[in-house]
Write a protein of this length. Structure first.
Length: 248
């Protein structure tokens, strides 16, 4: 007689990603949380010393065999992407985290001078300039720029001077990023929220400027969307690394 070996099919992870009620035909996730295989919250916490040093070797086997529990994915990916040295302490990581938040906010203020929707909780989905760098004055763009203001739509603000090729290329991608953003995980309630969509647009817009070798492509939004969903505070450098690795 053949002995039947029972294997735990695991627990579906879908309950951790809230789907919009009107999306009834979303296929079930293939990922399963499996006891003894998936990296659990308990095992993750046990890998840290009292000071916060991480023995990452204790976690990699489970990550490889069974993935990461949804509730700790943001924390784990910060280490997998190289945001923090495993030998850093809790205090050192908090200092780095605060410093990066300040740096990112400062970057958004600088880029807001180049295009007013950066950091505004809004984004654009139509071309804002021509190939020659001239403002398009597209009614859709003007409506998106002026959305939420009490004044009637006005022309795009004039440029301070001629734009160089890098700025032109950057501005030519902003609407494409916006079009891709609205298609990102559209079945999830997280991206039903305009603020969350705009956060993703900000991340990708700034990334496309700083990593000119890679630039922007649709593939970049997938790792960025995951990072934004599991932990909004993951720094831009982490998203850049993840996007670059996704393209290899």
């Amino acid at each position: 007689m053949l002995e039947i070996i029972w294997r735990d099919p695991g627990t579906p992870a879908d309950s951790y990603y809230e789907v919009r009620p009107e999306c009834t035909d979303v296929p079930e996730s293939k990922f399963r949380i499996k006891a003894g295989k998936t990296l659990s919250v308990r095992k993750w916490r046990a890998a840290f010393s009292p000071e916060g040093h991480l023995d990452i070797s204790k976690t990699l086997g489970r990550i490889h065999r069974g993935g990461i529990h949804p509730t700790i994915r943001g924390e784990v990916w910060e280490f997998l992407l190289g945001c923090y040295d495993p030998m850093s302490t809790y205090e050192e990581r908090e200092q780095i985290r605060q410093s990066r938040r300040i740096q990112y906010d400062s970057m958004k203020r600088v880029f807001k001078q180049m295009f007013p929707l950066i950091g505004s909780r809004r984004f654009v989905t139509a071309p804002i300039i021509t190939e020659n760098g001239e403002p398009t004055q597209d009614p859709i763009v003007l409506g998106q720029i002026n959305l939420g203001t009490e004044t009637a739509p006005t022309d795009q603000p004039p440029c301070d001077g001629p734009m160089d090729k890098r700025e032109i290329n950057w501005k030519l991608t902003l609407h494409q990023i916006g079009l891709d953003v609205v298609c990102t995980d559209r079945t999830l309630k997280f991206y039903e929220n305009q603020d969350n969509l705009s956060k993703l647009w900000d991340i990708l817009s700034l990334y496309s400027w700083f990593d000119s070798d890679v630039g922007y492509g649709q593939v970049a939004r997938h790792p960025a969307a995951v990072h934004a969903r599991v932990r909004v505070r993951i720094p831009l450098t982490a998203v850049a690394r993840g996007s670059a690795q996704q393209r290899r």
